[in-house]
Design a protein around this ligand. Structure first.
Ligand code: ADP
Length: 392
């Protein structure tokens, strides 16, 4: 069965087509700068990458070209071969604790939740509409970033603010990156050979979050109402004293939108280092003894350690800590910095094993109290699996 996973952004459309249940990637790529001058798309097929520049005024045109390419590459004979399209939707609120087949009610709920994810949910709807028009016979499935975290208890998802802000205005912790946390926690359970596990997953990319997962269910996660909570990220501050926001507005005279921009786009690794949001540049700066990069990296690692320690206690121990996403999979320095600070819990790194990038690996020493792994994430595959399970 052929299943297409798509991730629609406001001006982009990433896609990956699978043969299921074999989980074979048939073709993948991305459309960029949709609705902007200089639009283009990249297709990866059989190990080759082709880039084409073409005007794209909207997502429907991108979908239409994608369908022509799928037929052109003989990936499908006709559009009827595509049985399902899995759409990444960021905010599913309290409505969805799992992926669902999309109908009018689902679309209206995704729309309603746009207030909580104004940059993301509307883009998801555009992707769904384009797919419905161009491949009318395919089943559309919504895969929510928040769904995996819906198993959190009240004491973990509530903020200590008056209750009406949750009951009337839906202000609470939702968490993001759920598809990745779910994928990695399922994979680690396969590796450990059991499901009654206590696992801490560190998804550390540009955006970053940590989750505590018990017996395959999320018990806590570091992102909140929005992605700007928890860890320090490339350009996001993560956890701060909430009153900094009003202080910046009332005392410094900044507008709310300026504060939002500072805390989301100018903070994190970029804000502290003054050099870059990219961890590779921070590592280069550290090699050149740049004191701001050294400080940024220390703060970055400290925050991850804080969350691992917090979740270790909440889980009452831990069977495995997993690193995933761009930095988690590739930054040997960050993993070492984090694990070395957990020595008090008996967690120990094996320097040789840690010398790995982008590959599944055990990186803790044999006498470590907790196993530590690198597990490359695969959100698109997780989406295709969910869609397959719903339509098979
Ligand atoms: P997102 O999907 O959130 O945009 P990614 O998961 O792609 O982010 O992660 C991007 C981050 O991964 C960047 O900070 C980048 O520097 C980091 N990264 C990628 N490769 C390496 C590497 N070889 N060493 C250190 N960091 C790396």
């Amino acid at each position: 069965m052929k299943i297409l996973s798509v991730n629609a952004g406001s001006s982009s459309l990433k896609f990956q087509m699978y043969e299921m249940p074999e989980e074979k990637v048939l073709i993948s790529g991305v459309f960029e700068r949709i609705g902007i001058n200089g639009s283009m798309y990249t297709i990866k097929y059989n190990g080759e990458k082709v880039v084409k520049e073409v005007p794209l005024s909207n997502h429907k045109e991108a979908f239409s070209i994608l369908m022509d390419e799928l037929i052109g590459y003989n990936v499908v004979e006709s559009l009827n071969d595509i049985k399902a399209v899995a759409h990444r939707i960021v905010q599913g609120g309290t409505y969805y604790s799992d992926s669902v087949i999309i109908d009018e009610d689902v679309i209206s709920k995704i729309n309603e939740l746009s207030v909580l994810a104004p940059l993301h949910n509307p883009a998801g709807i555009i992707g769904i509409k384009a797919s419905e028009e161009i491949i009318p016979d395919a089943v559309n499935v919504a895969v929510f970033d928040t769904a995996f975290h819906q198993t959190m208890e009240e004491e973990d998802y509530l903020y200590a603010i008056p209750r009406k802000y949750e009951s009337e205005y839906k202000i609470r912790r939702y968490g993001m990156h759920g598809t990745s946390h779910k994928y990695v926690s399922e994979r680690i359970n396969e590796i450990l050979g059991r499901n009654d596990t206590k696992v801490i997953v560190c998804h550390i990319g540009n955006g970053a979050s940590v989750s505590a997962i018990k017996n395959g269910k999320c018990v806590n996660t570091s992102m909140g109402l929005t992605p700007n909570a928890g860890l320090i990220m490339g350009t996001r501050c993560g956890d701060i004293d909430a009153t900094i926001v009003t202080y910046m507005i009332e005392t410094l005279g900044l507008r709310a939108s300026e504060v939002e921009n500072i805390l989301n786009k100018e903070s994190g690794l970029l804000g502290i280092s003054g050099v870059s949001s990219d961890s590779r540049d921070i590592e280069d700066g550290i090699k050149n003894n740049d004191q701001n990069c050294i400080l940024a990296q220390k703060m970055y690692e400290r925050r991850i350690v804080d969350y691992i320690a917090k979740y270790y206690v909440e889980l009452e121990g831990c069977d495995a800590i997993c690193f995933t996403a761009g930095i988690g999979e590739n930054s040997i320095m960050t993993r070492k910095g984090v694990i070395d600070k957990l020595g008090v819990l008996g967690i120990k790194l094996d320097i040789e094993r840690n010398n790995v990038r982008g590959k599944e690996a055990l990186i803790s020493s044999d006498d470590s109290s907790v196993r530590v792994y690198v597990i490359p994430t695969d959100e698109e595959l997780m989406m295709a699996r969910d869609a397959y399970n719903l339509v098979k």
